[in-house]
Write a protein that binds this ligand. Structure first.
Ligand code: FAD
Length: 495
């Protein structure tokens, strides 16, 4: 670092936040709390909420306890149940953003199409679909990893005579009651939709290329008395947030996934196996539902009701290969035709398209697309060499699993605050990780990722195109420790 040049209190920094989902709202609230006013949240949609705006399918439920899936500074005594529904969560983000003064900062229908760093002025020029541009000192990309729907190239899909749509683009005009609905996909979303439709539709065909391990979890409503008690005494909410039994399960999971030979993974596997054996009565169905890969290799499904719902008379599990879609329904490779009125593609998201299609050009014309030619990744999942003052919240290679990503975003924010402090104070104009530090970190991450359960022989959105898990490969506690304080020697501050 050259000699610091003091520019005053640094409050004149200008910020752009890309995306008004959970992470972008968090960033906005934190800037407001610090007295910053010179920032805009660019949101391509017409509403805030990100994931919880885009997904409105029947049965959408958080699979982390609702009191844990809340900002630490905005507890919500009103959660209706242990696992909250999607609309409730969307409403929570709307309420918090409104109360905390975020709304005036959001510019809707403003998709960021480009970010270009200007070396001379150490600023980012933001290009927008609405034709506008903005010049800022700091960019927080909070554009979401599970954002671009993955629509499979199923032959004949366009010929289907009924309604066919991706689960994150729900067609509210589709009739679900008393009709025949096909659900392709067996992630959390596919499972939740089948659960919801199993008592509504005349027939539900659940197409499962690879069945999932199911972790049994409790679900229960909170009574009005409990909600009143939560409002009176927030310590009761904190007790749920810090419930040792819940965190023991989280740590068992995150310790376990780091090593596919660990006793923790064996324990998780045993719980899931017992759940299958004890819950599914028909031996033929039981075998259909038995995965042929390790538990937690794909994102583990947390469900209190799938095995019950899948055994309802209306539900049929299809594990064969799909040949093509026809006007009347789905034709299987064995010739069977499943006649359907509605076809739901619960086929997940293109996680590797994070930030894209926006282009991003850093120092010396370095294109993010080139930097990410093999995989989207970042130094400790938040910053990139060659991209000064450009940070990500819940971006690529962050922790994934069955714990609240709100906590992850809050930890990342705390880390980034410390990193940016010299810039805020005017002691430096920009900060970025050194290429050497990033390369060393990424090499360690890749080596560790190969040993995780995610790389133990299944396909999933966790894997990059070379087959290596694009995830945080160490434990949750390791992540929390890493986020406590940046190692400043790994960063370059430019004056
Ligand atoms: C069905 C489903 C269920 C989930 N359940 C859980 C759960 O139980 N627990 C949990 O912890 N996590 C869960 N997640 C993960 C969830 O995505 C995160 O918890 C969280 O909502 C992510 O917030 P985000 O702000 O980082 O991203 P997002 O919610 O994806 O928000 C990103 C925002 O950025 C906007 N945007 C994107 N690109 C641009 C651009 N170029 N310009 C302008 N705006 C842009 C988008 O429109 C969007 O509003 C779930 C995800 C899905 C899909």
């Amino acid at each position: 670092m050259r000699d610091p040049v003091w520019k005053g209190d640094g409050k004149d920094l200008r910020y752009a936040i890309i995306g008004a989902g959970m992470s972008g709202i968090l960033a906005a609230i934190k800037l407001i709390e610090r007295g910053e006013r010179n920032f805009t949240v660019f949101e391509k949609g017409t509403d805030l909420g990100g994931t919880w705006r885009d997904n409105s399918y029947p049965g959408l439920t958080c699979d982390t306890p609702s009191h844990a899936y809340s900002y630490s500074f905005a507890l919500n005594p009103q959660w209706s149940s242990y696992y909250a529904s999607g609309p409730e969560i969307h409403e929570y983000f709307r309420k918090v953003a409104t109360e905390r003064g975020v709304l005036p900062h959001i510019r809707y229908q403003s998709e960021v199409t480009s970010c270009v760093f200007d070396e001379e002025s150490a600023t980012w020029r933001i290009g927008l679909t609405d034709g506008g541009t903005a010049e800022v000192d700091v960019v927080y990309a909070a554009s979401g990893v599970l954002h671009h729907p993955n629509v499979p190239a199923l032959p004949g899909l366009e010929s289907f005579a009924g309604k066919a749509f991706h689960s994150a683009r729900w067609d509210d005009t589709a009739v679900l009651d008393g009709t025949r609905v096909g659900v392709i996909g067996c992630g959390s979303t596919g499972i939740q939709i089948v659960n919801a439709l199993s008592s509504r539709s005349a027939r539900v065909v659940h197409f499962q290329r690879s069945p999932q391990w199911i972790m049994p979890v409790p679900q229960f409503p909170y009574t009005p008395e409990q909600q009143a008690e939560f409002a009176r005494d927030p310590a009761k909410i904190e007790a749920i947030r810090h419930d040792p039994v819940y965190w023991e399960a989280v740590f068992r999971f995150t310790d376990g996934v780091t090593d596919f030979n660990s006793p923790q993974i064996a324990e998780i596997e045993e719980i899931c196996r017992r759940n299958l054996e004890d819950s599914v009565r028909d031996p033929v169905l039981r075998e259909k539902l038995r995965p042929n890969y390790r538990a937690a290799c794909k994102r583990l499904i947390y469900s209190w009701e799938y095995y019950e719902c899948v055994q309802r008379p209306a539900v049929f599990v299809e594990t064969g290969g799909i040949e093509r879609i026809e006007p009347a329904g789905v034709r299987m490779k064995d010739g069977t035709l499943h006649e359907l009125d509605v076809l739901v593609l619960a086929t997940g998201f293109k996680a590797d398209q994070v930030i894209r299609p926006a282009t991003c050009t850093g120092r010396d014309g370095l294109a993010l697309d080139d930097f990410w030619a093999v995989r989207p990744t970042a130094h400790y999942a938040v910053s990139l060499p060659g991209f000064p003052n450009f940070f990500m919240l819940n971006g690529p290679t962050g922790p994934v699993g069955n714990f609240p990503l709100i906590d992850i975003a809050e930890m990342q924010w705390g880390y980034l605050e410390q990193l940016l402090e010299p810039v805020r104070q005017g002691k430096a104009r920009s900060v970025e990780p050194t290429r050497e530090a990033f390369d060393a970190y990424e090499a360690r991450r890749i080596e560790a990722a190969k040993k995780t359960i995610f790389g133990s022989g299944c396909t999933s959105w966790y894997l990059d195109k070379t087959g290596i898990p694009a995830t945080w490969p160490w434990s949750y506690q390791d992540f929390a420790r890493a986020m406590e304080k940046p190692v400043l020697s790994e960063f370059r501050y430019s004056a």
